[in-house]
Write a protein that binds this ligand. Sequence first.
Ligand code: B12
Length: 211
Amino acid sequence: MDFEKLTELIIELEVDDIEAAVKEALDADGKDPFDILNALTKGMDEVGRRYEEKEYYLTELVLAGETMKEAFKVLQPALAASDKSIDKTKIILATVQGDNHDIGKNILGSLLLSSGFEVHDLGMDVDENVIVEKVKETGATIIALSSLLTMTVEHIKTTHEALKSAGLRDKVKLIVGGAPLNMELAKRLGADDFADDAVDGVRHIKSLAGK
Ligand code: B12
């Protein structure tokens, strides 16, 4: 199992074959899990490029996320067991309270994982106090919130305020995304940043993390 093949499997969205391929690379070939991660990330970069060039659409982006998730099932334990450390910027990911849309959030989550971030996904309909507690528990420095409903964007503000009350607001960067938002509204609600889609979101988050 060579690295090009792993990159290719991601680009070709081979969701059914990727897990076995990563396993083979780890077990039979004894490959370094970090080199495998690099090969997979290279594939995701290409998927992102194709999406931006409109060669791939949302369906492909979703499938690429699923393919990465399958790969991570076997890769994650190997990465954790390895003594090398990668940059583990911690990110809390959630869909705001009252909102049960999570497809976009999940795509962002899988792209962040494949970029080597430590992702704490709290799911959908998440109360701001749960987010505050998770920041305390993990020491996360970035919070990425998704809101798809006009009705729920207010919860970005309540999260911003809850962080402020807890004395944590200046310790974290808050980035938001979702169709009803734009940079201006995001800033008005107290967020630090906004991105239109998940690919751009990863780019913004890398910059917020100082990478
Ligand atoms: C699928 C869907 C659902 C599914 C959600 C399933 C799930 N597990 O997510 C179900 C059926 C549950 C649902 C329910 C409802 N929905 Co709905 N839903 C949609 C739909 C069709 C697609 C959303 C989606 O997944 N898009 C694909 C993903 C990939 O795109 P995305 O979420 O926008 O994410 C991208 C970017 O926004 C960005 N992004 C997203 N989050 C983040 C976060 C960060 C930090 C960053 C950087 C980027 C980022 O990156 C993503 C990928 O590039 C949209 C219409 C549409 N075309 O958007 C309506 C839509 C969002 N729904 C809507 C409505 C009204 C509802 C309901 C209220 C309907 C009802 N009357 O019951 C309920 C609300 C339930 C609730 N409490 O949340 C409206 C919202 C209108 C508004 N502006 O408020 C929409 C726009 C449909 C419409 N035109 O009316 N819905």
